[in-house]
Design a binder for this molecule. Structure first.
Ligand code: FMN
Length: 202
């Protein structure tokens, strides 16, 4: 069992908003749970392979008939599945890219969901940083295919306690068209950090 499975996605290091928010979560989590067993995967710096034909075929091939590479790919996938099954709490920290999840996160999702096998019993916390806003009334309201998608992914494998912590306007101060939203950006990041701390300490 692990107390926390921590998945990071942004490649932006110290410039990453999602990482800055998850850092607050982690500080509060470690304070609340000293000595916690934490499994970390940094999908930006240590990406996992996309699900390929050999890996899919492995589950339908008796072990004795699997090649060495097929067996290794199968075992790696089962390791990802077990990390999810065994986690009391899963933390995902990710940007929005092109209205959805970065492909490294999608690769992890496709590997870790094995229908009928992968089951979440603990909490799931998802930190998302967006460049703009897709809230009701925004010009692109309804274009967010990430928050609903991630909630559905975890609900589909049994999660009943899923919290999404969203920060908006990450590109304000970078993209001139969003110059008027810099205050909203800072307020949104601060609020997300407070929510993340509270969730971690709950
Ligand atoms: C390749 C790429 C695609 C992006 N696509 C979107 C998008 O569709 N919608 C949006 O609001 N922001 C988009 N952004 C902006 C990021 O979501 C925003 O900068 C966010 O803060 C990134 O998270 P990070 O700071 O943790 O890396 C995109 C950024 C990149 C680099």
């Amino acid at each position: 069992m692990s107390d926390l499975l921590h998945i990071e996605v942004s490649p932006q290091g110290d410039n990453s908003i999602s990482r800055a928010i998850s850092k607050e979560f982690m500080a509060a989590f470690n304070e609340k749970n000293p000595g916690a067993v934490i499994v970390s995967r940094d999908l930006a710096n240590d990406p996992i392979p996309h699900l390929d034909g050999e890996t899919i075929l492995a589950s339908r091939t008796p072990e004795a008939n699997r090649s060495e590479t097929m067996q290794a790919k199968h075992e790696f996938r089962l390791r990802l599945v077990n990390e999810v099954i065994e986690a009391k709490h899963i933390l995902i920290s990710t940007p929005m890219w092109n209205f959805s999840v970065p492909s490294v996160l999608k690769a992890w999702i496709d590997q870790m969901i094995v229908s009928g096998v992968t089951k979440v019993t603990g909490k799931v916390t998802i930190i998302i940083s967006q460049g703009g806003s897709y809230a009701e009334g925004a010009p692109r309201a309804g274009w967010d295919w990430e928050t609903g998608y991630l909630r559905q992914v975890f609900t589909s494998i049994g999660a009943t306690d899923v919290e999404i912590i969203l920060s908006e306007f990450g590109l304000a101060g970078i993209v001139p068209a969003l110059a008027d939203f810099i205050d909203r950006k800072h307020a949104s990041i601060s609020a997300a950090k407070e929510t993340a701390k509270a969730r971690a300490a709950a």
